[in-house]
Design a protein around this ligand. Sequence first.
Ligand SMILES: *Cc1c(COP(=O)(O)O)cnc(C)c1O
Length: 427
Amino acid sequence: MSNAAWWERALAALPGGVNSPVRAFRSVPGDPLFFRSARGARFTDEDGREYLDYCQSWGPLILGHADPDVQAAIFEAVPEGASFGAPSRREVLLAEAFLSRLPWCDRVRFVSSGTEAVMSAVRLARGFTGRDLIVKFEGCYHGHVDSLLVDAGSGLATFGTPSSGGVPADVTRHTAVLPLADEERLRAFFAAHGDAVAALIIEPVPANAGLLLQTPAFLRTCRELTQRHGALLIFDEVISGFRVAAGGAAELYGIEPDLGTYGKIIGGGMPVGAYAGRRDIMEKVSPLGPVYQAGTLSGNPVAMAAGLATLAKIGRPGFYAELERKGARLEAGLREAAAAAGAVASVVRQGSLFWAVFQAEAPVSFAAVDGARMPTYGRLHRALIERGVYLAPSGWEVGFVSAAHSDADIDTTVAAAREALAVAVVG
Ligand SMILES: *Cc1c(COP(=O)(O)O)cnc(C)c1O
């Protein structure tokens, strides 16, 4: 059955045809593709067409699709049982592997998604501090947690809604939103309200409304102000964890938060999230402490196996240097292609994360992203699909280079981008 036929059936069975909104291609031309199989840097749709993929399941697949070692680990775990609902060895092994890469963390709790990790970390921060107020940044996405669905980035920006229906104002009353990259506003806020803040949460590498890279100085200010006011600093590393360095953004910038939230890569393509931090904080979680958090499938053995195989492989010497090299190759190629097409564009990159934006200057705050330029991204997206390259279906989303992308794949992508950009900028 073709992509088109599956899409028709999907529309009749799933709201908007999808199980997660940006997949519906609402902000790029054309209909979604249906994928039936994948390997490495590529996946194949139901029409039998193959694409070089830079979405990589939105970040988990740092090793590429269907990595043979991750698959072998899953195949080994499945026959032993898909879920025990009782302690099992792989939870301990993954926790040990996790903690060995994050020396500032003493304890980790596994959950089943990034959303759950953030929701739990926020509850824990409130339980630990005895305060209610959470501070977040405009354009940072922290999953679809009620209290954090305020000015929350890509999926929401795509639909032009600042927040979400179904979230009581009473719930977001305890959430304050500040602009990224504005140290003055941040200092003024803490001077006025710092002693009421339970936690400041930030994506240290904001990657859900484009790639809004912050200066290390700004992140250090987040650390200093929270410390001074007895508030916790939560790094939401669901994308950046194990991506920008083995120890995530905390390692990259040399800043230790109080709590970190993880997901995506830690599950190797299976549903896993995690939150972690200092022992005195983490011991407030049930059963040791009063902050309740539980999960029927938490620490699922098959998911733990996929995470373990992924961490083992990305722990090999030179892994991140090689990803950086590939990212730099793609960045240079895309810049050159944009210049050749006469496009007004910036390519922003941090390691294997990249973002192409049709603005002369790379924005570093949500307000600086020009939504009026997104149709150009839509045309680029379509033109690249026609040339066998798949980007995330929204200009607010970042791209992911995996270890499975070869230099030849990147050069093929750049050649396709040269043609596609020429089409996109003409309009
Ligand atoms: C993806 C993401 C989440 C949510 O994770 P899910 O597994 O989709 O629930 C939270 N925070 C950040 C920074 C993310 O990128």
